[in-house]
Design a protein around this ligand. Structure first.
Ligand SMILES: *Cc1c(COP(=O)(O)O)cnc(C)c1O
Length: 424
């Protein structure tokens, strides 16, 4: 459930008409609903608690939506942060998320990032390879610290979903095999700069079927038991993120309740602290991208192009993953549906949000919203074509705040420096 709905014929975010935000802030603009973010977090937390999982850490995957106001909204409810760079650690800390609730993941951490994470005191570094384990050990020893690490395992399951967001097959770059994990865990327990506290996995994203997760999680449980049988202490089991969300054209994803119960069954009798790294399921349906139709290009050969002021640089998912976003007019007009190709102004054929989409009739100047754009939307935006980053707005009830303003063209140009030989 989300808080974007038609009221009096006009699309609202909570109690605010989206057209008002478009008029006051301009388009394209990302709009997030606090109530939806909060609801998705609490539904997941309550489902995990109801299933009997002890004290779960829900570390929001910052890469899905890294806006500090969004992070603060979740952090206030008790969320932690799953981060993949120094920048994301800084964002989580800026949002008031305590370091003890920050998990540092990612396949390629630099020495400087590891040092920064240790200085900040993050809860756990998820180590993805043997060289990385040695790096963390060396950096921590140099700082007179002992880093708490989890070994990220690649459970080698097919999670479904798009190839570009599948991470749990042996051929993917993420994590180590089970055999490797056992060896690394034992090695790590003898290193002065690290203390292995757990194991982690994350098998992919937009997963719509519990079976591959169930299979992966049972393998993870087996690993915990083997490590413990060797006399090693394993305190934490991080099961990653990846639960899908409804993008309207897809099979309904499993509910948080079904997900939690599957985990409770797979882990029955295992005494351990669970951690989760959900991104999409919390943020996707909590945000929309509002754009204006610049004009409708009705081609004699029959195609109708809706040309928007938003482009692939603002919302990359359709170009990158062939992702489907529901498109809703702000004030739907009466009349028979019309079939449109919806495109941005960027000079790339990939700058096509969708083809052959039946929508209510639309005219130049109308506003539309891309639904389910709260995850991997603004976070993946770029200035390609020297287009300014779309601003971000957070709604709470009848109020809204611009939480990242649109930069100016001066801001854009001031970031660059002349080469001395070009200025003479
Ligand atoms: C991307 C990612 C997540 C979040 O995935 P979602 O599908 O958004 O839930 C969690 N953990 C890791 C390690 C990731 O790379």
């Amino acid at each position: 459930m989300n808080h974007f709905e038609l009221r009096g014929g006009e699309l609202h975010c909570e109690d605010v008409p989206l057209a008002r935000i478009a008029a006051e802030v301009g388009t394209p603009v990302y709009v997030y609903s606090s109530a939806t973010l909060e609801r998705h977090y609490t539904v997941l937390r309550d489902a995990l608690l109801a299933a009997g999982l002890r004290d779960p850490l829900i570390a929001f995957a910052v890469k899905a939506n890294s806006n500090v106001a969004v992070l603060r909204t979740l952090g206030r409810l008790g969320a932690g942060a799953d981060v993949v760079s120094e920048g994301e650690i800084r964002r989580a800390l800026a949002a008031g998320i305590p370091a003890e609730r920050i998990v540092f993941s990612g396949v390629g951490k630099t020495e400087a990032e590891v040092a920064f994470a240790l200085e900040a005191g993050v809860a756990e570094i998820n180590v993805e390879s043997e060289p990385e384990l040695h790096l963390v050990n060396a950096v921590a020893q140099g700082m007179g610290k002992r880093a708490e690490v989890a070994i990220r395992v690649n459970p080698d399951v097919e999670a479904g979903g798009h190839a570009k967001i599948s991470t749990g097959k042996a051929e993917n770059k993420f994590g180590v095999s089970f055999a490797e994990a056992e060896r690394l865990y034992a090695n790590a327990s003898n290193m002065a700069g690290v203390r292995p506290v757990g194991v982690a996995c994350h098998i992919g994203s937009q997963i719509s079927d519990l079976a591959p997760m169930d299979a992966a999680f049972r393998k993870m449980r087996g690993l915990v038991e083997r490590l413990r049988a060797e006399g090693l202490s394993v305190e934490r089991l991080d099961l990653g993120g990846g639960l899908g969300v409804p993008y309207f054209n897809q099979p309904e994803p499993p509910s948080p309740e079904a997900y939690a119960q599957m985990i409770a069954r797979a882990m029955e009798g295992l005494d351990i602290q669970f951690a989760f790294e959900p991104g999409r399921m919390i943020a996707a349906n909590a945000g929309v991208l509002v754009a204006q139709v610049l004009h409708v290009n009705r081609r004699p050969e029959g195609r109708n192009f809706l040309v928007l002021d938003a482009a692939m640089n603002d919302l990359l998912r359709p170009a990158m993953y062939d992702a489907y976003h529901d498109i809703r007019p702000m004030k739907p007009r009466e009349g028979e549906p019309v079939v449109y190709d919806v495109v941005g102004p960027v000079c790339e054929t990939g700058d096509t949000f969708t083809r052959d989409r039946a929508l209510p009739p639309i005219e130049g100047g109308d506003l539309i919203a891309f639904m389910s754009a709260g995850a991997y939307g603004a976070a993946m935006a770029s200035e390609y074509n020297s287009r300014l980053l779309a601003p971000e707005v957070l709604v709470r009830g009848a109020e809204y705040a611009v939480v990242r303003p649109r930069p100016t063209y001066d801001d854009m140009l001031e970031r660059e420096r002349p080469a001395p030989w070009l200025t003479a």
